[in-house]
Design a protein around this ligand. Structure first.
Ligand code: BES
Ligand code: ZN
Ligand code: ZN
Length: 480
């Protein structure tokens, strides 16, 4: 259960509160007595941005938020981080509820609550002392007349969907097989109202999804192909938008085995793109946004075994194209290609895929942002980048030049699944492009999907990256 954000009409007596201020001399003075005000005069300033005061039955915190005229997205991100920074204090004091109010913009207020709620996420399923380790904070109340119940409803949905995606990423393979992943989408469908169909191995075989089947050859567990759809009557788009997510529930590399240390140990995160898609479907359906959306998640683990696909193999993909496999660790593109081909049947207005596809993308920009590329129109790209900035899941667009496509030509088959010595993130994207015939955007989230150290409200481990980005994009699209 993620931390709940609610609206309150006023500050009740005796409840702990954080006052957000843009000016250290102007704040709601009625909350303090003369002695306290005197103390604040000397102790609350732009150097000492936070002051906490114990008023016996409650705590009152004063938080100064940057007044400097910086870019608005940066101001919002600072507010999220400030919200997160309170958690150790609030949970340390065992406060289960906190009120926030003050004299800042509506967006800063919402971002502050968002950072606090996202930062408060925990994954304790496998801890023996889960109850003891649980954070005290359960509810955040916003007292701000400029904030509507819709604002708060959408914020809760976005936080909840992000936390769902995080949990899916954090679940190890010992629980989250391809079948269980599809079951999780079924649960999300029940809770939010989108439709779901899951293809089993027999159906995947009947359809000849060669890429997904090839990767699955080394697994003892069957693959799944989940199809989620949200089709409201009042949709603003005539043709659907399709989301495709990589669902490699564990990537050992297959016969091209990864070294255990530092590269295989966190490969349970390789379904991060699928988690993004499931989370986004949940959010859009829960908010009943008027956007016709389809989500496709091909899922399997990638393992070496007696029957595993091998370097040198030629695979006939679902589209009929042949692929020379030169590295079984480049499995993501094999399963994504089949899903991208499947997407054609919707005659989509736009297809966006999310995948922890390449180490090259992670190496290029690290855990600081998301690599993207594609053939969608510039206006669409600009809107996506705008949403990326707004939610601080910033997009770095890489070139998608034809020369990179030359690098995956094969002597033996139509294309090969391995590029040249450089541009690894782009050649992977170019491989996927072969299976598209619609406006297309590819997001490589390898750098940001899973963090080995804590990064403010994004936390440690699964981040749920992409869910907030997509929800923001669709909210804006729904308004058109
Ligand atoms: N799942 C990995 C990519 C990855 C790397 C995800 C780091 C998250 C963090 C992917 O399947 C992979 O192994 N890619 C190879 C491709 C190469 C063999 C062409 C890579 O990036 O090394
Ligand atoms: Zn791999
Ligand atoms: Zn992978």
């Amino acid at each position: 259960m993620s931390t709940l954000i609610k609206r309150a009409p006023s500050l009740p007596k005796g409840k702990s509160v954080i006052l957000l201020n843009k000016d250290t001399t102007k704040f709601n003075t009625s909350l303090f007595d003369a002695k306290e005000l005197k103390y604040l005069k000397t102790n609350y300033n732009e150097k000492q941005k936070v002051v906490g005061m114990n008023q016996f039955s409650r705590w009152v915190f004063l938080q100064f938020l940057d007044k400097k005229k910086t870019e608005k997205f940066k101001i919002w991100e600072n507010a999220r981080q400030a919200g997160n920074a309170y958690l150790s204090r609030i949970n340390g004091l065992k406060l289960s509820e906190i009120y926030i109010t003050g004299d800042v913009s509506k967006e800063e207020m919402l971002c502050f609550a968002e950072g606090m709620a996202l930062g408060n996420y925990q994954f304790l399923k496998y801890k023996g002392n889960a109850k003891k380790s649980q954070n005290a904070l359960k509810k955040i109340f916003i007292v701000d007349k400029n904030i509507s119940s819709k604002d708060v409803e959408y914020l809760n949905i976005s936080v909840e969907a992000t936390c769902m995606a995080r949990t899916w990423v954090n679940e190890p393979l010992s629980y989250l097989t391809a079948t269980k992943f599809a079951d999780e989408f079924k649960k999300a469908s029940k809770k939010s109202g989108f439709k779901i169909t899951v293809f089993n191995k027999a159906k995947i075989k009947a359809l000849k999804m060669g890429g997904l089947l090839a990767v699955n050859l080394g697994s003892i567990d069957p693959p799944t192909f989940s199809i989620m759809e949200w089709k409201p009557k009042n949709a603003v788009n005539k043709k659907p938008i399709v989301l495709v997510g990589k669902g490699v529930v564990y990537d050992t590399g297959g016969l091209s085995l990864k070294p255990t240390a530092n590269s295989m140990d966190f490969m349970k995160c390789d379904m991060g793109g699928g988690a993004t898609v499931g989370g986004a479907m949940y959010a859009v359906a829960k908010a009943k946004l008027p956007v016709h959306l389809v989500g496709l998640v091909p899922a399997t683990d990638n393992r070496p075994d007696g029957n595993a696909y091998a370097p040198g193999d030629v695979i006939t993909m679902y589209s009929g194209k042949t692929v020379e496999v030169l590295n079984t660790d480049a499995e993501g593109r094999m399963i994504m290609a089949d899903a991208l081909h499947y997407a054609k049947k919707y005659k989509p207005e736009l297809v966006m895929d999310f995948a922890t596809l390449t180490g090259a993308a992670a190496a290029a920009i690290g855990p600081v942002g998301v690599v993207c590329m594609g053939t969608a129109d510039e206006k669409v790209k600009d809107k996506l980048k705008e949403s990326g900035g707004a939610v601080h899941e910033r997009l770095a667009e890489l070139p998608f030049w034809d020369e990179y496509g030359e690098m995956i030509k094969s002597d033996l088959a139509d294309i090969k699944n391995l590029g040249g010595p450089y541009g690894g993130a782009i050649t992977a994207g170019k491989f996927l492009e072969h299976f598209t015939d619609y406006p297309y955007m590819h997001f490589d989230i390898a750098g940001m999907a899973y963090l080995k150290g804590k990064d403010s409200y994004r936390g440690k481990n699964g981040t749920g990256v992409g869910v907030r980005l997509l929800f923001d994009y669709f909210r804006k699209l729904a308004k058109k």
